[in-house]
Design a protein around this ligand. Sequence first.
Ligand code: 5GP
Ligand code: ZN
Length: 137
Amino acid sequence: MDCIFCKIVAGEIPSVKVYEDDSVLAFMDINPLNNGHLLIIPKAHAATIHEISEADFLAVMSATHRLAAAVREALNPDGINLLQLNGKAANQVVPHLHVHIVPRWSGDGLTVSQWNLVSGDMERIKGVAEQIQKALK
Ligand code: 5GP
Ligand code: ZN
């Protein structure tokens, strides 16, 4: 499989590892948005949230929870962004599921979490909530 993160799992491409267990690997992002930016991935290839098994996703999220605590302990950031992108339209570049942990400091100037907040139409919001609820399995 021609996947850069699978190659990292296999040790064919070097990485700065932070944590590893049977199903998950965490390593530092090579282009950090901030000091301490790291990635958590399943060892088994899955491109997005739609391909990964629930068990592997939970393992990734469980490791993310522990690593966020470790980042806080280690770096004492003012905040942490978790980012997880699915698909080109969502700006996913590497098609092997990953969660970013991005430590944040007040006034660091990053724009990763700066969205324009515009009030929504309540009827539309309720309508889409119903649609999602109906699709819930
Ligand atoms: P996304 O797919 O969520 O947009 O981001 C992919 C992330 O993977 C980027 O933050 C990028 O810096 C990181 N990345 C891409 N190639 C490598 C690599 O070879 N090694 C490491 N450690 N990170 C990488
Ligand atoms: Zn892969």
